[in-house]
Design a protein around this ligand. Structure first.
Ligand SMILES: Cc1cc2nc3c(=O)[nH]c(=O)nc-3n(C[C@H](O)[C@H](O)[C@H](O)COP(=O)(O)OP(=O)(O)OC[C@H]3O[C@@H](n4cnc5c(N)ncnc54)[C@H](O)[C@@H]3O)c2cc1C
Length: 283
C-alpha cells in the first residue's frame, strides 16, 4: 500500500515546526527518522493531513553537558549513539542499547525523540531512559515543559504529548564512578523488538536504584519495592525468589513462561550492574 496524500514541509527551526503543528489542529504530525511513521503512513494506520520533517533542525541535533546531566537532541540517531560520535558525553552503555535497535539501516535514520514519541512498549529507549530517570523536554506554542521518562507513555503508542508538542531533547544523568546500569532484552533475532526486557540503574553513592520492565504491552513498569531494597541494602538485597515475586506482582496476567523471561531480563540487567553475580553463578 502507498501512503495517503499529505502536505510535506521540511523545517530548519523548532519555531517553524511548532507553527505547522499548531496550524494543523491535530491533523499535522512531526516526522523525524520516519522509520515508524513511514510504515504507519504506508499501512494507512496514520493519516495526517500535514507532515513536518524535523530531522534537519540543528537545535535538535546537539548534545551538551548540563551540571550532572547530558542533554541529547531529539533528532540524534540511534546510529550516532552506536558509533560513539558523542562519547564521552553519551555514556558507553547507551551505545550497547543503540546497537541492539533494529538493523543498521533503520538506526541510521531512526532517532531518540521519534522512538520516544512513537511509544512502542517494546522500544529500547522507552525502557532504558525510564530506568535512567531521564527527563524529556517538549516544546509547544505554550512554552517548554519537562516530562519524566517513566511518565511519558499512557499506553501502547499513546503518550502525554499534545498534538502540537515537539520533543526537543532528552536529559539523562551523567555517568559517575559509582553509577551502574544494565539492560537486557529477549528477542527472537538480533535487532528485533523485545518480547521482554528490563533495565536497571544503580547508584551506590546516593543509594538510588531503579528497575524497569519493558515490552509489557503498555508503559514501562517500575519495580519500586525491589529497587528500594537494592538501594537500601545493596547487593545482597535481591534473591532469585524476590525477583520472581516482584515480576509476578508486576505482571499478574502473564503465564509462567513470560514470567520466566521477564525475571531473566531483570536478573541479567542487574548482573550487568555488577550487583547480582551470585545469580549468574547459580544459573
Ligand atoms: C523493522 C523495524 C524494526 C525495528 N526494531 C526496533 C527495535 O528493536 N527497538 C526499537 O526501539 N525500535 C525499533 N524500531 C523503531 C525504530 O527505532 C524507529 O527509529 C523509532 O521508533 C522511530 O524513530 P523515528 O525517528 O524514525 O520517528 P518517526 O518515524 O519519524 O516518528 C515516529 C512517531 O514519533 C513522532 N515524532 C517524531 N519525532 C518527534 C518529535 N521530535 N517530537 C514529537 N513527536 C515526534 C511522529 O509524529 C510519529 O508519530 C524498528 C523499526 C522498524 C521499521
Amino acid at each position: 500500500m502507498k501512503a495517503p496524500r499529505f502536505a510535506y514541509t521540511r523545517v530548519l527551526e523548532v519555531g517553524d515546526a511548532l507553527a505547522v503543528l499548531a496550524a494543523g489542529g491535530g491533523a499535522a504530525k512531526a516526522m523525524s527518522g520516519s522509520q515508524s511513521l513511514g510504515p504507519m503512513l504506508n499501512l494507512r494506520l496514520a493519516r495526517p493531513a500535514h507532515v513536518v520533517d524535523v530531522a534537519g533542525i540543528s537545535g535538535l541535533r546537539t548534545v551538551r553537558r548540563k551540571e550532572g546531566w547530558v542533554e541529547i537532541g531529539a533528532a540524534i540517531t540511534h546510529a550516532e549513539i552506536e558509533d560513539g560520535v558523542y562519547e564521552p558525553l553519551i555514556a558507553h552503555p547507551m551505545r550497547e542499547v543503540a546497537r541492539g535497535i533494529a538493523y543498521r539501516a533503520i538506526r541510521t535514520r531512526g532517532t531518540v525523540g521519534g522512538s520516544l514519541a512513537h511509544a512502542d512498549p517494546a522500544a529500547d529507549w522507552v525502557v532504558t531512559l525510564a530506568a535512567l530517570g531521564a527527563r524529556i523536554v517538549a516544546k509547544s506554542p505554550r512554552g517548554e515543559r519537562t516530562i519524566e521518562a517513566d511518565a511519558l507513555m499512557l499506553g501502547a503508542y499513546t503518550t502525554v504529548l499534545e498534538s502540537d508538542e515537539l520533543i526537543v531533547s532528552v536529559v539523562v544523568p551523567s555517568e559517575t564512578p559509582t553509577s551502574y546500569w544494565g539492560y537486557h532484552k529477549v528477542c527472537r533475532k538480533p535487532g528485533e523488538f523485545a518480547e521482554a526486557s528490563a533495565a536497571v540503574y544503580f547508584d551506590s553513592t546516593h543509594s538510588r536504584a531503579r528497575i524497569v520492565l519493558g515490552a509489557a504491552d503498555g508503559p514501562p513498569i517500575l519495580l519500586e519495592e525491589l529497587a528500594a531494597d537494592i538501594a537500601a541494602r545493596g547487593t545482597g538485597a535481591a534473591g532469585r525468589e524476590q525477583l520472581r515475586a516482584a515480576v509476578r506482582t508486576a505482571l499478574p496476567e502473564r503465564d509462567a513462561l513470560d514470567l520466566k523471561l521477564f525475571t531473566a531480563c531483570v536478573a541479567r540487567a542487574l548482573d550487568q550492574c555488577g550487583i547480582f553475580a551470585d545469580l549468574k553463578k547459580a544459573e
